[in-house]
Write a protein that binds this ligand. Structure first.
Ligand SMILES: [Zn+2]
Ligand SMILES: [Zn+2]
Length: 179
């Protein structure tokens, strides 16, 4: 039997017989005769529950998406927009990442929920999405702040004394590592 999530807590189950049944997991309903005529908790409902428990199929309320960087299947909440990343490619503050545009390595200092077309860069008076170097990246992805880790320690302190942060559309950065 193979199980395909179709959203809304519903699943299609292809039985060995070649029949396809529709399971509503939360209601405990199935379109098979066993359930419809005998009210049994049929093997299709049980199979869906097993597939969820074993992590092969998303639970009700979640859907399968591909990691944007490596294609690994990831379960995410239904209706969540923006690119999806697997645990290996998710960015959080402190991660090292590679700028796809320049090849430079950066250190992530902040990940926002704000979109690239909603955040302005004061120095150039345009949004992150409108910045010419971001032509190739989608305007509706989250903005990530990062620094270039190029400070050095001198007898009179750090040079430069503070590092400037830069803003990137999320898809422009690819996580390096984990170490
Ligand atoms: Zn059934
Ligand atoms: Zn990945």
């Amino acid at each position: 039997m193979s199980v395909h999530p179709v959203g809304d807590g519903r699943y299609e189950v292809d039985a060995a017989s070649g029949e396809r049944y529709h399971v509503d997991l939360e209601a405990g309903r199935c379109s098979c005769p066993d359930h419809r005529f005998r009210g049994a908790r049929c093997k299709h409902v049980r199979r869906v529950a097993i597939e969820i428990t074993e992590g092969r199929v998303p639970p009700p309320g979640e859907v399968v998406r591909d990691c944007r960087d490596c294609g690994t299947a990831v379960f995410v909440e239904e209706g969540v927009s923006g690119p999806t990343y697997c645990p290996d490619h998710e960015l959080t503050a402190g991660d090292r990442a590679r700028d796809r545009e320049t090849g430079a390595e950066v250190v992530v200092v902040g990940v926002s929920a704000l979109r690239a077309d909603h955040v302005r860069i004061t120095a150039t008076d345009c949004t992150v999405a409108e910045h010419p170097t971001n032509d190739r990246y989608e305007p509706d992805v989250p903005v990530v702040a990062a620094i270039y880790p190029h400070a050095r320690v001198a007898p009179n302190g750090t040079v430069p004394a503070s590092l400037r942060t830069y803003l990137f559309p999320r898809t422009r950065l690819r996580r390096i590592g984990p170490p």
